[in-house]
Design a binder for this molecule. Structure first.
Ligand code: 5GP
Length: 238
């Protein structure tokens, strides 16, 4: 497979075209950002660790029948993915209240959410990814009613699969953000599933091992991501 031009450079990943118009190469970089890109740092080994975790989890959910864009690994920081037309919304699922939910609604930190709470956000850094509802998405043409129904169904299933995988590794999935795209008219899980996009706590100490360590200057960011990988049984090359 031939890596061709840079198609898009996001905050933590770059996408390259290939000689196959249906496939792209995703490069996971060490760039780490928070607060809509205002805080930025390069953390050595972050890209490689996130790719390893995301690959492991994408395989796991694909095996459970949810279609993902992941095709194959290429190197320690690159993988081949299906080219998707991304839907400009973020699907968040929450098992425990924290983060923007507590800031927005004043609800108690650490509250257990049963059933888990599904939220939709518009993907727009300039507007700080505002909370939207499905009617906004439909009326503005960001996604169809059927696509929203599928994303919602997949998000709950992904939450069940990932909660179990993390629980078996002595970890708690607090919340997670998923992005979806369309390929041949079907909805696929895109982007990544990693400690950059999920909140993951140690089950015993409730210590955050995810990007909150970066957001809140808690230190040991990559070491914590590596700890998650280790507990999931993933062997890292570095
Ligand atoms: P919150 O809405 O509390 O800030 O985030 C909820 C969950 O979604 C957290 O796991 C957070 O990491 C993830 N999340 C929300 N927005 C973004 C985003 O723009 N980028 C990434 N990587 N994750 C996000």
């Amino acid at each position: 497979m031939q890596k061709q031009q840079l198609l898009y450079s996001g905050k933590a990943k770059s996408l390259f075209t290939t000689d196959d118009e249906n496939l792209l190469i995703a490069e996971f970089r060490d760039d780490t950002t928070a607060f809509d890109g205002e805080k930025h740092q390069k953390l050595s080994g972050k890209g490689e660790t996130n790719l390893a975790i995301s690959t492991h989890l994408m395989n796991e959910i694909e095996n459970k029948g949810i279609p993902t864009h992941f095709v194959k690994s290429l190197s320690s920081t690159e993988c081949v993915v299906k080219k998707l037309k991304m839907l400009p919304v973020e699907c968040v699922i929450r098992n425990i209240a924290t983060g923007s939910l507590c800031r927005r609604l004043g609800v108690q930190q650490g509250l257990s959410l049963r059933p888990p709470l599904f939220e939709l956000f518009l993907k727009n850094d300039e507007l700080h990814d505002p909370l939207i509802n499905s009617d906004h998405a439909i009326s503005f043409g960001w996604a169809t009613e059927a696509q929203i129904a599928t994303m919602r169904e997949y998000t709950f299933k992904l939450n069940d699969i990932l909660r179990e995988a993390f629980s078996n590794a002595g970890l708690i999935l607090v919340d997670a953000k998923f992005e979806f795209g369309i390929h041949d008219g079907e909805v696929y899980v895109g982007d990544e599933i990693s400690p950059d996009s999920c909140r993951i706590w140690d089950a015993l100490t409730k210590e955050p091992l995810d990007k909150d360590r970066f957001r809140q200057d808690l230190g040991k960011v990559v070491a914590s991501y590596q700890e998650i990988a280790l507990r999931l049984g993933i062997s890292l090359t570095a």
